[in-house]
Design a protein around this ligand. Structure first.
Ligand code: ANZ
Ligand code: ZN
Length: 833
């Protein structure tokens, strides 16, 4: 078949996409005897259009999926839709389109864009989380988890977004505002359903050490988020009351320097101990605090402020009374909600003490160096460990030793103990919205007067979302939308068959994304969320690609869920993902994050239309290492397009003369040079892909193409055969990057199958060794030998070869080596004495 002279991606790409799909090229499970690779990208929320971040995300996975398939693996590379969620519901409130309708439309257009980029998905496994076939299993999990005591209903302060009118997770509050809509977030006391994820805090923390192929940044964020803190609780009696408080401290060694204690404004002791003359101030302060969100109160630059309650507590070690305050920086849901303040050794306490003229008492001196002055003259808190002073029988002990002794003493006397505290909270997951999974619970006044909730029997699942009149129900105001749908609310009690009321809250969409990766294994399985046999074959996910913004929500939640799936006997793995890749951001040409606000958005479709999918793909991969941000450059897109054109022209120019050429060797001169360029490229690209260096992989292809041009037109049969081989190799290495042009070239050069099927060619080791170059070997500056070493040999190799030389050995005999000098590509010198 003759090749068109000019590169016209638009005329070839659609054809290949159709052929790949109709021949089921990317079906998983077709090589049951081969080792598996499960390549996954975070499933998208189907907004109407793809952005460049999506393109990059899926490309990283796509390169791996194609590469491993070429390497002979049975590859699973699925895609689906995180289809529930607020944006569709908020849009419905605005324009009355049912979220299900909008979501379907969005999925259709999103999928079309994905297809146009040539991603290698096994679409037979597509999952849509808003379908009852999917969310019934959220409900099933909920009930299993409930039976194991890992779900409970609590009354608690929740983050209430005043814009979205729903509860949002701690992780979604950014500096006091909702990360989605920028509206203020306030604390609200509400009943909610929560998963007891904290039961796994320690395990989730410990196992981070096993995640060797996760970015350090992400595991560090999780470690921090879980926030294990080793400390002690100590009991302070309240003077004149039959009451006491427990403080949580990580520095019990400083307790002799405690000059006041602070309760959270909403601590339950506050009302009881506050003296009548302080009551008005204390109540006003507490009220002001309750209107502020935690983030507002605790923000880095929030001014420390508080009020005195009029009461005193007794330090359990000194027996001395200290004033009890309340302050903005102490929160009720961490530790015990009560703090012993040691201004000499804590920055926050120091600032507070100076502001309110509370005493400062030094009880720790640095182990070495200058001594601290007395508390009154102290300029800043000394927060490090040191040696105790003014601390009774503990004076003279090192902090670390004193911590243990003091905690032991408290424990002995029943006035405290060593404790471990975690910053991580249980995961409150109920939402007052319509477009989510209904929580499968009913309330029956007769059987369940405490309103704990009665689970819907598993046989009755799914509890379906009702059809609604969008305009009536999705008003964005008041109670949960489902509460306005009587046909939904009115249910039958599974225990007494009497009338019951259905739970009207829905689940956080992070529940959906906790286990979707397992649903892909058997997307239509009826007996369980997924087929455990398939889990044996495919889990864990080998490579997972997604945005780093998910570090502490999704990526922590799905690790929790993986533990639950193991507990339920569904899956054998402890962790969901072996290798995690978090991709950087694609900024606009102006180096700002692409956004409508800046008018710097580059639509993927416009690039595909103008240059073709292969250019869009190769450019995004070439622009920088996957984990780094890069700024869009139209000029570089042009450059990459020209490069693909050069590849095409090379293949087209020589096509008639070389496509059918064969030669049985030997290869010498130019023919050999052509082969060397191609095999080196093969080696380089394979290695670069494995170490996630797609940009250097492409640079390798470019270099090879340049070399082939420079070598000029092939003339002899050997040169012609070498050139044909080189072009077939270009098709191989381009497959993960620019798969359409790859298949087109391969076909023109005689391939009978898709490049993905023909696989990755093994390079010939003899063709990738560089020529050797001479090195002068000196001993004390005197030439002793000349050796020949591969041009790219490392210092250690050159040295080893030099030391093996007989003449050099003779010159070194009996001497002590003082220094070894290495001048790359020129000489080495042994300095001996
Ligand atoms: C006395 C002390 C002396 C403290 C000192 C520190 C240094 P991490 O490490 O984050 O766990 N704290 C305890 N509960 C609190 C609460 N509910 N709200 C605000 N602060 C609280 O922090 C533990 C330390 O934070 C505890 O140790 C306590 O202050 C404070 F030289 O106790 B420390
Ligand atoms: Zn009942």
């Amino acid at each position: 078949m003759a090749m068109n002279e000019s590169y016209e991606p638009q005329s070839i790409e659609g054809k290949w996409q159709t052929r790949w799909e109709s021949e089921g090229l990317f079906r998983a499970g077709t090589r049951p005897n081969a080792p598996k690779k499960y390549i996954l990208e975070m499933l998208p929320y189907p907004s109407g259009k793809m952005h460049m971040g999506h393109v990059r995300n899926y490309l990283i996975g796509d390169v791996f999926a194609r590469y491993f398939q070429m390497k002979g693996f049975d590859v699973l590379h699925p895609m689906g839709w995180d289809a529930f969620g607020l944006p569709a519901e908020n849009a419905a409130i605005k324009d009355g389109v049912h979220p299900a309708v909008r979501t379907e439309e969005n999925i259709a257009s999103f999928k079309k864009e994905m297809r146009s980029l040539g991603y290698s998905y096994d679409w037979t496994r597509e999952v849509n989380t808003s379908k009852p076939e999917y969310y019934r299993w959220n409900q099933w999990f909920f009930i299993q988890i409930l039976e194991r005591g890992l779900v409970y209903r609590r009354f608690s302060k929740v983050n209430w977004c005043t814009g979205c009118l729903t509860v949002i997770a701690n992780e979604q509050v950014k500096e006091g505002v909702c990360e989605r809509c920028d509206s203020p977030v306030v604390d609200k006391e509400m009943p909610e359903w929560a998963f007891r994820i904290t039961r796994y805090s320690q395990d989730l923390l410990d196992a981070l050490d096993t995640l060797k192929e996760w970015p350090e940044r992400i595991t560090a964020m999780q470690r921090n988020w879980i926030g294990r803190s080793d400390g002690a609780e100590a009991e302070f009696k309240v003077q004149g009351h039959d009451a006491s408080m427990r403080v949580f401290t990580t520095r019990i060694d400083t307790i002799y320097g405690c000059t006041y204690v602070v309760l959270a404004p909403d601590h339950k002791l506050v009302a009881q101990v506050t003296t009548p003359e302080r009551r008005a101030d204390v109540e006003a302060f507490a009220k002001r605090m309750s209107a502020q969100s935690k983030t507002e109160r605790l923000g880095e630059d929030a001014e420390k402020e508080g009020v005195f309650t009029g009461a005193y507590a007794v330090n359990p070690f000194t027996g001395q009374p200290v004033p009890i305050w309340i302050a903005n920086f102490v929160v009720s849901d961490y530790g015990t909600g009560a703090v012993m303040s040691v201004p000499a050794h804590d920055v926050r306490d120091f600032a507070f003490a100076r502001k309110y003229q509370l005493p400062v008492k030094v009880v720790i001196q640095p182990a070495a160096g200058d001594k601290l002055p007395a508390g009154d003259a102290l300029e800043a808190a000394f927060t490090e460990y040191g040696v105790l002073v003014d601390s009774g029988e503990y004076t003279g002990l090192a902090s670390a030793v004193a911590r243990q002794k003091m905690a032991a003493k408290l424990e002995e006397e029943g006035r405290g103990r060593t404790t471990v505290t975690y910053r991580q909270k249980d995961w409150g997951f109920s939402r007052q919205r319509y477009w989510g999974t209904p929580i499968p619970i009913v309330y029956c006044e007769k059987c369940d007067p405490e309103r704990k909730g009665i689970p819907v029997p598993v046989e009755q699942l799914p509890v379906r979302l009702p059809e609604i009149d969008v305009q009536e129900v999705l008003t964005g105001k008041g109670e949960p939308p489902l509460a306005k749908v009587p046909s939904f609310v009115n249910a039958t009690c599974p225990k007494c068959q009497g009338p019951a009321r259905r739970e009207t809250e829905t689940m956080d969409t992070f529940v959906d994304s906790c286990w979707y990766f397992a649903r892909y294994l058997s997307p239509h399985f009826e007996g369980a969320p997924f087929d455990p046999k398939e889990a044996q074959r495919w889990l864990p996910v080998d490579v997972y690609v997604g945005g780093p913004e998910h570090a502490v929500m999704h990526l922590l939640y799905f690790r929790f869920w993986t533990r639950v799936m193991k507990l339920l006997g569904l899956s054998p793995v402890d962790e969901p993902v072996t290798r995690l890749i978090t991709q950087g951001i694609v900024n606009g040409p102006d180096a700002r994050k692409m956004s409508k606000r800046w008018g710097n958005v580059v639509a993927p479709a416009s690039i595909v239309e103008k240059y073709g999918a292969d250019t869009a793909r190769a450019y995004v991969l070439f622009a920088g290492p996957p984990e780094r941000d890069f700024d869009w450059s139209d000029k570089q897109v042009e450059g990459v397009f020209r490069f693909l054109k050069r590849v095409w022209t090379l293949a087209a120019t020589h096509h008639a003369a070389v496509a059918g050429a064969t030669h049985s060797g030997p290869y010498e001169g130019k023919a050999l040079d052509i082969r060397r360029a191609a095999h080196k490229c093969l080696k380089r690209v394979g290695e670069a892909i494995e170490r996630l260096s797609f940009n250097t992989a492409i640079a390798g292809v470019m270099e090879c193409v340049n070399a082939l041009y420079l070598l000029g037109a092939p003339e002899t049969p050997a040169e012609k055969a070498a050139m044909a081989e080189a072009i077939r190799i270009l098709a191989v290495v381009l497959t993960p990057i620019a798969p359409h042009i790859a298949d087109e070239l391969a076909e023109a050069y005689g391939a009978k199958h898709f490049t993905v099927q023909d696989g990755w060619t093994a390079f010939d080791p003899a063709l990738v060794v560089d020529e050797t170059i001479p090195y002068a070997v000196q001993v004390n500056g005197k030439l002793r030998a000349e050796i020949h070493v591969a041009a790219d040999a490392a210092e250690a190799d050159v040295r080893a070869i030099a030391e093996a030389d007989e003449k050099v050995q003779a010159a070194l005999a009996g001497k002590t080596l003082r220094k070894f000098v290495f001048v790359p590509k020129r000489l080495v010198n042994f300095v001996v004495g």
